[in-house]
Design a protein around this ligand. Structure first.
Ligand SMILES: *Cc1c(COP(=O)(O)O)cnc(C)c1O
Length: 391
């Protein structure tokens, strides 16, 4: 934390205020209204006996540092780290483990994380067991003598299953396991798992944090100094850092996080209700719906339901028709942007998953995932209405 942050006593400010007054919002040297983009790879040693604070941008860059302090403040951790993508953040963090170690991972983990674990880390002798984390017994039963970490993602993608973060973390601590949580869907605006004892928070900042589908970035936040030191060594050693331009863009996007998420959530709630009242929609997944199986646990650990709604239109054929007929949302992978994004998990994010496994997890051929943006909800509903029309 910088002096400026502590002098303003940032921790007592409300989240919306902290998004704007995070310590580096004003350039100390010129008073400029945003942190400068320090487009430099190296830094001059004025006095060889007194090396400068920054000496090489892989090890540290002032623009990246501003972003790293920013996310640490928002998540309530001791230190933040910025990476070139969400996967760079996740893969660098996994390098805390060594050959012979074992991890327990939520079964509906993000597809890229699944691929990393099953096709890259497995080759390096780091094994993982995938369990349904909505069932604590399954987590407990996966414990082995070489288990080192537990990896959570809640709500999960795309069926928004809820893991009881406090329960898993409490159990993990009894067994000296490191806890990691991918907080991409909720962001620190709705969910701050460090307050529940989670050791490492991970983000694909490409999504809600940046919010404009124009930057690829990843973030990690450590709960303790010991973990922060390990992550720092890995980030510098692996070189998976975020460049200064993208760091600046991400800071710019994050300032409006609360305003964007709040508005998108209102629309997501309306969309989920509208869908669940339709007879031609077989299933709607949204933690804010009264019949969502994880709703009670979600409300214990989060202050909102987010902007992702998944729904089943009944068949793959109908899903493809809808995708071809919608006019407003981007039909694309990714989520969490100012514009709505409609994804087709069966053919996009989860295409690599065998059909039986997909069906078992509710990722049917008729399932669509709607990331609700900032368009007027009436326009989004009218558009979806015409796209769902049988011709
Ligand atoms: C997109 C995503 C990732 C991967 O992030 P990239 O920025 O694409 O590398 C990880 N976890 C979740 C939940 C995601 O949605």
């Amino acid at each position: 934390m910088t002096d400026q942050q502590s002098s303003k006593n940032m921790k007592n400010l409300n989240f919306a205020t902290r998004l704007l007054h995070f310590g580096s919002e004003i350039d100390r040297t010129t008073g400029a209204s945003s942190v400068p983009i320090y487009q430099a790879s190296t830094f001059h040693h004025e006095d060889i006996f007194n090396p400068p604070q920054y000496d090489y941008s892989r090890s540290g860059n002032p623009t990246r540092q501003a972003l790293e302090d920013y996310i640490a403040l928002l998540e309530g951790g001791v230190r933040g780290f910025a990476y070139s993508s969400g996967m760079a953040a996740i893969s660098s963090t996994f390098m805390m483990l060594s050959a012979g170690d074992h991890m327990i991972v939520t079964e509906d983990v993000y597809g890229g994380t699944y691929r990393l674990l099953t096709s890259i880390l497995s080759r390096l002798g780091i094994e993982s067991t995938f369990v349904d984390m909505t069932d604590l017994e399954q987590v407990k039963n996966a414990l082995k003598s070489n288990t080192k970490a537990v990896y959570m993602e809640t709500p999960s993608n795309p069926t928004l299953k809820i893991t009881d973060v406090a329960a898993v973390t409490y159990w993990a601590k009894e067994h000296n396991l490191i806890t990691m949580l991918d907080n991409t869907f909720m962001t620190p605006y709705y969910q701050r798992p460090i307050e529940l004892g989670v050791d490492i928070i991970l983000h694909s900042a490409t999504k809600f944090l940046s919010g404009h589908s124009d930057v690829l970035a990843g973030l990690a936040v450590a709960r303790t100094d010991d973990i922060a030191n390990q992550l720092k060594q890995l980030q510098n050693g692996l070189g998976t850092v975020l460049g200064p331009q993208d760091s600046w863009l991400l800071i710019r996007g994050m300032k409006t996080l609360e305003a964007r998420m709040k508005q998108s959530e209102i629309s997501a709630g309306k969309l989920a209700t509208w869908l669940s009242e339709r007879k031609d929609i077989t299933n709607v997944f949204y933690p804010g719906l009264s019949d969502h199986p994880g709703r009670e646990i979600h409300e214990k650990q989060s202050t909102g339901y987010g902007a992702i709604v998944s729904f089943d239109v009944g068949s793959g054929e109908r899903a493809k028709k809808v995708l071809n007929k919608v006019q407003l949302p981007l039909v694309a992978v990714s989520l969490g942007a100012v514009e709505s994004i409609l994804s087709y998990p069966a053919m996009m994010s989860h295409a690599a998953m065998p059909l039986e496994v997909r069906s078992e997890r509710g990722i049917t051929d008729g399932l669509l995932r709607f990331s609700v943006g900032l368009e007027h909800i009436d326009d989004l509903l009218n558009d979806l209405e015409q796209a769902l029309q049988e011709d």
